[in-house]
Design a protein. Structure first.
Length: 348
C-alpha cells in the first residue's frame, strides 16, 4: 500500500491534502442529509467549531424529545455509512490515520492525532494561524470534524480505547495490542515519581530508553518507516521541538498517552499533580518563575513574568507577589526589592 502520509508531507502532493480536508469531507457527506439531520449532527458534534450540544438543548430547539434527537442522530450516521461512495471519500483520511499510527508505534492519544490532522489540513495548506476568535473557531471546526469522521465513520478500521485513571483516550491500529505502551508508560511514571524532580524532554526520553520494559518491547514499536514529518510538528500546537518529536515518535506517543504525566510552561515534565507542573497559588508561580529564570529578580519583574507565562487566567499583582516573597523563607532578599531562592545559597 502506498504511504499517503509520505506523499503529503515529503512529496507535498496537494491532491491528497485536498482530499484530507475535513471541512470539505463533512460537507460532501452531508449532501445526502435533510436540513434537520444536518443541524442535529452539526450541533451534537460541534462541527462548526462550537461546543458539543446536549440532546436536551437540541431537542428544545427542534421541539423534539431527547430520545427522538438521539434516534435522528443514529439514523443520520447510518444513512451516511450506506453511501455508495463513502469509501472513496474516506480513503485518504483512512490511509493517513493508518500511516500516522504506524509511525507512532501503533497507538496515538486521540487528542494528539486530531491535532496532527488539523495541522496537516490547515497550516500545511497555508491557512492562517489561529489569532482571532474566528480563526480559532475555524481550527476547532477542523478538529471536531476529524473527531466525528474517525469516531463515527471509521469505527471498523481502528481500535479505540476510552482510557482510564492512568491513560488518555487513544486510537490504535486494528487488533494492535497496547500492552507495550502501558507497561513502558507505567514504569516511566513510577521512575519519575521516584526521582521526585522535573526533567526536560531529552532527559525524559533517555530515562525511557533505560527502562526494562522499553528494552523488552523496543522492536514492537518499530512499525513505520521512520518518516521525517517534522514539518507537521513545527506548528505552535506542539510545544516541544519538532526535531525531538519526529526523532522519537513512538516514545513521544507513549508520553502523550499518560494521563498523570504533563509538561509545564517551561518545558519540564513531571507528575500532573506536582506544584511545579500545575502551580495553583501565587507562591507556587513565584517559585517556578525564579527557579526557571535562574537568577534573582525584582518583585515587579516576577509579577510581570508570571503574567507573561500565563499559567492560568489569574493576573498576578506586584503587591501580592511582594507580600509572598516577604513571608516565605524559601526566598531571600538579595538587594532592594530583589529576591532569589534560598536553595541557591546552599548549592553555591
Amino acid at each position: 500500500m502506498d504511504n499517503i502520509l509520505e506523499k503529503i508531507v515529503q512529496e507535498k502532493r496537494s491532491e491528497e491534502l485536498t482530499k484530507l480536508n475535513a471541512l470539505n469531507l463533512v460537507n460532501s457527506l452531508f449532501n445526502e442529509l435533510m436540513d434537520r439531520e444536518k443541524d442535529i449532527l452539526t450541533r451534537r458534534f460541534g462541527l462548526d467549531g462550537d461546543n458539543y450540544q446536549t440532546l436536551d438543548k437540541i431537542g428544545k430547539l427542534h421541539k423534539l424529545t431527547r430520545e427522538r434527537v438521539r434516534q435522528i442522530e443514529g439514523a443520520s450516521i447510518k444513512k451516511i455509512k450506506r453511501l455508495d461512495n463513502l469509501d472513496e471519500y474516506l480513503q485518504v483520511l483512512r490511509g493517513v490515520v493508518n500511516d500516522l499510527l504506524r509511525e507512532h508505534g501503533g497507538t496515538l492519544r486521540r487528542d494528539f492525532l486530531l491535532d496532527i490532522l488539523t495541522v496537516m489540513s490547515m497550516e500545511m495548506n497555508e491557512e492562517d494561524l489561529p489569532v482571532n476568535h474566528e480563526q480559532k473557531v475555524n481550527r476547532q471546526a477542523y478538529r471536531n470534524r476529524y473527531n466525528f469522521l474517525i469516531s463515527k465513520l471509521l469505527t471498523d478500521d481502528f481500535s479505540y480505547s476510552q482510557g482510564g485513571s492512568d491513560f488518555n483516550s487513544s486510537i490504535s491500529l486494528k487488533d494492535q495490542s497496547v500492552q507495550s505502551f502501558e507497561e513502558i508508560g507505567l514504569e516511566l511514571l513510577n521512575k519519575i515519581e521516584a526521582l521526585n524532580k522535573t526533567v526536560d524532554t531529552n532527559e525524559l526520553i533517555e530515562i525511557m530508553q533505560q527502562l526494562e520494559s522499553y528494552r523488552q518491547h523496543e522492536e514492537n514499536l518499530k512499525l513505520g518507516r521512520n518518516l521525517d514529518i517534522s514539518r507537521i510538528f513545527k506548528s505552535k500546537i506542539f510545544p516541544d521541538k519538532a526535531e525531538i518529536i519526529n526523532r522519537v515518535k513512538p516514545l513521544y506517543s507513549i508520553i502523550q498517552s499518560l494521563k498523570n504525566l504533563e509538561r509545564n510552561k517551561f518545558g519540564f515534565w513531571g507528575k500532573s499533580d506536582w506544584q511545579e507542573i500545575k502551580p495553583k497559588t501565587i507562591n507556587d508561580k513565584i517559585y517556578l518563575v525564579l527557579k526557571n529564570y535562574g537568577q534573582s529578580l525584582h518583585f515587579t519583574e516576577i509579577a510581570d513574568k508570571i503574567n507573561e507565562v500565563k499559567f492560568d487566567q489569574k493576573k498576578a499583582n506586584s503587591a501580592t507577589v511582594h507580600n509572598e516573597l516577604i513571608l516565605d523563607d524559601r526566598y531571600v532578599l538579595t538587594s532592594r526589592g530583589t529576591y532569589g531562592l534560598r536553595e541557591w545559597q546552599k548549592t553555591s
